[in-house]
Design a protein around this ligand. Structure first.
Ligand SMILES: CC(C)(COP(=O)(O)OP(=O)(O)OC[C@H]1O[C@@H](n2cnc3c(N)ncnc32)[C@H](O)[C@@H]1OP(=O)(O)O)[C@@H](O)C(=O)NCCC(=O)NCCS
Length: 170
């Protein structure tokens, strides 16, 4: 049985470990620590199997900068599931639970740079045709956005700027 809840301070070491195990380098683990230390975490959830943390998902604020306006949104990054626990629905569970929390918190636009085969099942679509560009050079198919309520992006377009810590992890 998988349980999902917000991270608490005693989870920090385990969250770092999950990110180190899931990714090829420790860049994502370092990124999570730096964003938390800076106090810019919108939402950080862990997935538990018994008492063990087997998955983690993080959201931080981004800005969408147009010529004469600035809009707030969030980005999903990173998401990590322990290699031995992957492909069992834990990632999907984290994303679905997180989206409910995001809506509750009033965040309705989520951008993401990620696997184009994985995220469309959660409603992500290519972000460029929606009028959003990324400050980072990324393949069009990896640059995605989801509107958590209908028409959340109406009237909004521009370049998405991430927390500066992301530049070191790209
Ligand atoms: C991506 C990740 C979080 C998904 O979590 P998960 O618990 O394995 O995913 P789920 O069980 O919910 O979904 C499994 C599905 O995701 C797909 N999937 C998993 N990783 C994928 C990847 N890297 N690319 C494409 N599809 C992927 C599988 O094909 C599977 O699809 P299927 O059920 O149709 O076979 C996990 O695989 C992971 O930690 N990967 C390493 C870190 C990473 O790449 N994070 C994302 C950065 S964008």
């Amino acid at each position: 049985m998988i349980r999902i809840r917000s991270e608490n301070p005693s989870d920090i070491t385990a969250i770092r470990y999950v990110n180190e195990q899931a990714f090829e380098t420790n860049a994502e683990a370092v990124l999570v620590d730096r964003l938390r230390d800076k106090g810019v975490v919108t939402l950080s959830l862990v997935a538990l199997e018994g008492d063990s943390i087997v998955g983690h998902i993080l959201f931080t604020p981004v800005t969408i900068e147009a010529d004469h306006a600035k809009y707030e949104a969030i980005t999903l990054a990173p998401i990590a599931v322990m290699p031995a626990r992957q492909r069992k629905g834990i990632g999907a569970g984290l994303i679905k639970y997180a989206f409910e929390q995001c809506r509750r918190l009033g965040h309705n636009v989520v951008v993401l740079i990620g696997h184009p085969e994985y995220y469309p099942r959660f409603g992500f679509v290519p972000a460029k045709p929606k009028g959003l560009t990324s400050e980072f050079e990324v393949p069009d198919e990896a640059w995605m956005v989801v509107e958590l309520i209908d028409n959340a992006l109406d009237g909004i377009s521009g370049e998405v700027r991430f927390q500066p810590e992301f530049a070191d992890a790209m």
